[in-house]
Design a protein around this ligand. Structure first.
Ligand code: AMP
Ligand code: ZN
Length: 667
């Protein structure tokens, strides 16, 4: 090994270990900053030395591969479902069936049933080679590129692992991360995700793995599959998996009887609410693999395992009132204010009623005794009404017709569930929400100005839209509550500094409905200036890659408002970046727009990452798998035979790196 190779190897090992400490053991040894420095060092070395490329390097965790169509691949071992039980009797019946089929004592492992998306990981020589969803149990989708970005999935194992095996587990989205994602959704005026489970499985099917990398997913493992694994029991295999570097929750317990199983269930039925992720039951497995083999499978599930489903916790309480919240986009959300009640370890006072249809469907009325359930959702939901307790004089709920904040008549668009307050420029929560979005971290990132101060500034009449921020003076700000000379100075400086925020972030900051970070980037890079976007017709907008009709309509609606044009022009006068700067424009074209390009093999003159960036900077998309939609393949040395076959079959052109570079430079 030469020194560079050694250096790369050392960095990779160090980063692997830190990843493991942080994401599997939950105990970091170095700071995030130190980690980033090391990662950067590795990325630079790898870029300079593409000959040492390794698909399982920790640098590959950031994602970037785009998959249009997920390839279907058969599972080498079928992924079964589980039989369900709901009571002690069910479990005792199961035990009887087992005792008929096997001799001797039976021990059980009790594990939590994690509620997410099941996944099968294949490892060869200690390296992750593929990750496949359950699908129909016989075959699933190849989501390897996405799963690689999940930090608790080891890309390289340690210890005495078998040469080849599958390991199964569940990809979950812990509550904390789920809540954070929802805060961001609300910020861009999108409906929040309903529950962590669907969001986790949805994440696996995202086309852009860089997006997946941003999601705080985790992978919890529970089953080893293969031959000659060197283990005799389920509990031993969990222990081994842990040693090889997998995240195996330590709640798992080995017990000797169904009574012990019930004790485990009882304990976790209450304590599961303290776990960072969602669980919906317990899975009980016969511990001996020998006995498992004797028991075998029914048509759909193993006879040696049983799921016990927790009852979703429900209580009933009185509905005291319904209030209506107005969001940044004007969307109205009805909220149920409840007589406080204990549920799943917390006191519940409020529940979301979602929209008018929901209230009508359940015929919910103030004064009703309602059933409340806490499932995967963070905010509890109302399941229905106890009609036997309905007061005789109760009347059906009249949904509000006017905005509770500004009294404007509400509108409801064809096909939409939500009512909206159309008073875009005169409704306080909308005005405040929009400015709060404008200053937020991913938008203009104005230091020294927080959400509460924005509300104060609006309520005191000092600003009424985000362009007014740029006219604020220190003298105006100082008299505000909790403002001192220094903090006022910081605020003004923060506003000033935001003038250098690049165009794509300004575009996101404007708060156009459906224009999130990614869409803003796409639009900014395609059109390069706000005028060009203003002047684009709906048809033109839809023609931009990945811009759909919903977004196009919303962009057009935004710029057809005179008020918005006025505000944007003011921003321009104040010096906010409303076009791409000369430096940003260098090297960026859209000559590859609409093209889906696959990169494969090892290159001589350029690293994979550089190649990827070059394609993206020129408007193209990098895809991980060859399909009929692939425009062409940039192929280096050592292209895999299966890829070669596929390219030939689909008649897709292969070009080498030099011809590709010419393509870009010539234009
Ligand atoms: P079901 O989908 O209700 O048939 O339940 C089976 C699913 O439970 C499996 O496909 C797994 O994804 C999931 N599961 C969650 N935790 C466990 C566990 N500890 N052992 C086995 N399966 C589990
Ligand atoms: Zn209003």
């Amino acid at each position: 090994m030469n020194t560079v190779e050694k250096q790369i190897e050392t960095l990779r090992n160090e980063l692997r270990e830190h990843n493991y400490n942080y994401y599997v053991l939950d105990s970091a040894v170095i700071s995030d900053y130190e980690f980033d420095i090391k990662l950067q060092e590795l990325q630079e070395l790898e870029a300079k030395h593409p000959e040492f490329f390794d698909a399982n390097s920790p640098s590959q965790r950031v994602g970037g591969e785009v998959t249009k169509n997920f390839e279907t691949i058969p599972h080498e071992y079928r992924m079964y479902s589980l039989d369900n039980s709901y009571s002690k009797e069910d479990l005792l019946d199961w035990e009887k069936r087992i005792k008929k089929l096997v001799d001797g004592d039976v021990q059980y492992t009790c594990e939590l049933k994690y509620d997410g998306a099941s996944i099968s990981l294949t490892y060869e020589s200690g390296k992750l080679v593929k990750a496949v969803t359950r699908g129909d149990g016989f075959q699933g989708d190849n989501v390897t590129a996405n799963v690689k970005t999940i930090k608790s999935v080891p890309l390289q194992l340690k210890g005495d692992y078998p040469p080849k095996f599958d390991i199964r587990g569940e990809i979950v989205l812990p509550f904390d991360g789920f809540n954070k994602m929802n805060e961001e959704r609300i910020e861009i005026g999108e409906e929040p995700y309903r529950n962590p489970r669907n969001t986790a499985s949805g994440s696996l099917k995202l086309q852009d793995s860089a997006e997946v990398a941003k999601r705080p997913l985790e992978c919890l493992l529970y089953n080893l599959t293969g031959t000659d694994l060197g283990v005799k029991t389920q509990s031993e295999s969990l222990e081994k998996a842990r040693q090889w570097g997998f995240k195996v929750p330590d709640a798992a317990k080995l017990v000797n009887s169904i009574d012990d199983v019930l004790e485990f269930i009882d304990y976790w039925n209450t304590h599961r609410h303290n776990l960072p992720y969602e669980t919906d039951g317990v899975v009980i497995k016969v511990n001996s693999l020998q006995q498992q083999e004797e028991l075998g499978y029914t048509a759909k599930a193993p006879r040696w395992a049983m799921a016990y489903k927790f009852k979703a916790e429900q209580v009933s309480t009185k509905l005291n009132s319904i209030t209506y919240q107005v969001g940044r986009t004007g969307a109205i959300t009805p909220v149920a204010n409840l007589e406080p009640v204990e549920l799943a370890g917390t006191t519940v006072k409020r529940a979301s009623l979602h929209n008018a249809d929901q209230i009508e469907k359940l015929d919910i009325r103030v004064g009703d005794e309602v059933y409340v359930e806490k499932g995967g959702e963070i905010i509890p939901k109302i399941l229905g009404v106890d009609l036997t307790k309905r007061p005789v004089d109760s009347l059906p709920t009249q949904y509000i017709t006017h905005c509770p904040e500004c009294q404007t008549e509400l509108v409801r668009q064809e096909g939409e569930a939500q009512h909206y307050c159309p008073n875009y420029n005169g409704c306080n929560p909308q005005i405040i929400g929009r400015i709060q979005h404008f200053i937020s971290r991913k938008a203009m990132d104005i230091e020294g100005l927080g959400g509460e101060t924005v509300a104060l500034l609006v309520n005191e009449g000092l600003i009424s839209n985000y362009s007014d921020l740029y006219e604020l003076t220190k003298e105006q700000v100082i008299p505000l509550e909790r403002m001192a000379e220094k903090s006022a100075e910081n605020l003004i400086q923060g506003v000033e500094k935001s003038k250098s925020i690049p165009f794509e972030r300004v575009l996101y900051a404007l708060g156009i409905r459906y224009v999130g970070e990614t869409v803003a980037k796409k639009l900014a890079r395609h059109y390069k200036s706000i005028e060009a976007i203003e002047n684009a017709s709906e048809e033109e907008l839809v023609n931009v890659d990945e811009i759909g009709i919903k977004i196009a309509e919303s962009v057009n609606a935004f710029f057809s408002s005179e008020e918005n044009i006025f505000i944007v022009n003011r921003l321009k006068q104040f010096g906010v970046q409303l076009e791409m700067s000369a430096e940003e424009l260098i090297g960026k074209t859209n000559i590859l727009e609409g093209q889906s390009i696959v990169i494969t093999g090892v290159f001589e003159s350029i690293s994979r990452n550089e190649l990827k960036k070059l394609i993206e900077d020129n408007g193209g998309k990098v895809s991980s798998s060859i399909s009929s939609k692939t425009s062409y393949i940039v192929a280096g040395d050592n292209m895999g035979p299966s890829k070669k076959d596929k390219a030939e079959k689909l008649n897709i052109e292969l070009i080498n790196e030099y011809n590709f570079l010419q393509k870009i430079i010539k234009k």
